[in-house]
Write a new protein. Sequence first.
Length: 319
Amino acid sequence: MSGIEEPWPIPRKSYLILEERIMTKRERIDKVFNQELPDRIPIYDKLRNDAAIEYYADRKLTQENKFEVVTRAMEKTIDMTVAVRFPHAEEVIIDDKGFAWQYSEWTERIKERPFTDLKGAAQFIRKEIRELNEGGFREGPFTSLKAATWTERLNQNYAESILTKNLNLQKATGGTVITLDSEPGLTTAYSLIGLENFIYLYADDAPLISEWLEALCRNELKRIKLLGTSKELSSYIPYIQVYSDIASNIGLIFSPHFLEREFFPRLKEVVKMWNKYGCRCYFHSDGNLTPVIPDIIDCGIMGLHPLAVSYTHLTLPTN
């Protein structure tokens, strides 16, 4: 294998080279999804660590140079990623729904909600259902550039703006395959009102929560249709990370019965819609998914992220 140019400064023995020819990042990922051997094992990760970014970019990361430094580090280290982020300045933003969003360097979280009890949460949900069912796609808090702008209704220019942004990031990162996030509604719902509120409300009024989950899913399908108006969608964004955190380290967060009724049918619809426009989907959830892996595969999912060997009982080759 001597004579192969190293793609980046990682010791040769730390990864497996499978072919003589050095592939592009896109070729490497395509091979994996086609169940063929690439030139080496592809690297998928999210670069959200200052020290790692500065090491590979060989320069200090600041608010002023964050685009240049983060994309330079991505070019040298990873083949594929999702939801590219740049460090935020510390701030708290109140959106027009009354949610207070706490931004830190690499994360955002809901610091305060516009309701304090189950009655208030239920009122919020009913209003959300009405708004989601009116008209076209409405931006969501976890797909917008900033959570404070998540109520905006978007038009045909949405597809062009997303594809242009993605293409510019691909160019800046040396051809890194950058996927889009897509969420059928479950994580959005329990994140907005809080998991405890979500569980209690489902016990008290399952039809209300089910109607909300359906409205959120319909909204995501509207988004996919908007993106599908571009004939270049699958060329620029061939892979989609469909996600929902449905498990913890010790098992599922939700019962198999709940997932069978409220989650998997909507996951299947979302995957089917992406497939219609030529995009292939992999699934992200933290935790131990072992009991429901067959259900996830049945929804049309082609890959799983992350793969925790201790949870999935996989046996990986050692040579």
